[in-house]
Write a protein that binds this ligand. Structure first.
Ligand code: AKG
Ligand code: FE2
Length: 252
């Protein structure tokens, strides 16, 4: 009889065999100082490949262009193509399965230095973003929930943009986001990314953006996770709710 392997098993085997205590310790140090850390070691190539195939198919099938900005983040631009959590859940299998993989969440918890939980607000569990036109960007913002794990599927060379910038140790006042004030007050860190990279960010206290792309394409999946504090907190979801509402001027 054939054994039906699951992605969870692939991740578990990889974590048990290949992830070292040193890798985790280094990522945990970066994460605590810088609000972000590369964790590309956390998943095997086999899973990255399946996930990339699903992302490519879903962008073709369900990607919707958006060109928006929000008062809550000082009107920084969001110019991108997205596939929403709902579409990914309905049309795909891999991303939804990987999202809840226990061994992966355990690695993330060790890097974060605290438990990482599935996001209680479904719309923020995962999203695909594709930057594909000159000037496309995911402008400066914070996320509602504490953690994001980003899987880089495709990314142009840094000369063409598409790298991530962040300002750790900042918080989101939705009534007065004061993003430029944060940018001139605190250091900005920039992170070069390559296809196959994964990074974890403390997105509720790390202002972040994707530098506009000039040419080439950048495809990612962002998986949002909650902290224990998040689970006991009331949230408003202005920017996400507006982002996923039928986008005026949006095109399929
Ligand atoms: O594309 C990235 O690397 C970050 C995406 C992001 O910040 C988000 O989806 O909230
Ligand atoms: Fe974000």
């Amino acid at each position: 009889m054939f054994e039906v392997r699951t992605l969870h098993q692939d991740v578990r085997e990889h974590v048990e065999r290949s992830v070292t205590a040193e890798e985790i310790a280094a990522a945990r140090r970066d994460f605590s100082y810088l609000g972000h850390a590369k964790v590309s070691f956390a998943a095997p190539e086999s899973v990255k490949k399946l996930l990339a195939e699903e992302v490519n198919g879903l962008i073709e099938k369900a990607g919707t262009r958006r060109d928006l900005s929000f008062a809550e983040t000082d009107y920084t631009p969001r110019r991108m193509r997205n596939v929403t959590r709902k579409e990914i859940f309905e049309l795909g299998t891999v991303i939804n399965e990987v999202y809840t993989a226990e061994p992966l969440m355990r690695v993330l918890s060790e890097v974060a230095g605290e438990p990482v939980h599935v996001c209680p607000y479904e719309a923020e569990q995962y999203v695909i973003t594709c930057l594909e036109r000159d000037g496309d960007t995911h402008g400066w913002h914070w996320d509602d929930f504490a953690f994001a794990l980003v899987w880089v599927i495709e990314c142009p060379p840094v000369e063409e943009g598409g790298f991530v910038q962040c300002v750790p140790g900042t918080t989101w006042d939705k009534k007065n986001p004061a993003i430029n004030r944060a940018l001139v007050t605190r250091p900005i860190y920039s992170m070069e990314l390559f296809p196959g990279d994964l990074y974890l960010m403390r997105t509720n206290t790390t202002l972040h953006r994707v530098y506009p792309v000039r040419s080439g394409r950048r495809k990612i999946v962002n998986m949002g996770y909650a902290s224990t504090t998040d689970l006991n907190r009331e949230f408003t979801h202005e920017t996400m709710d507006q982002l996923w509402a039928a986008a005026p001027g949006g095109e399929a």
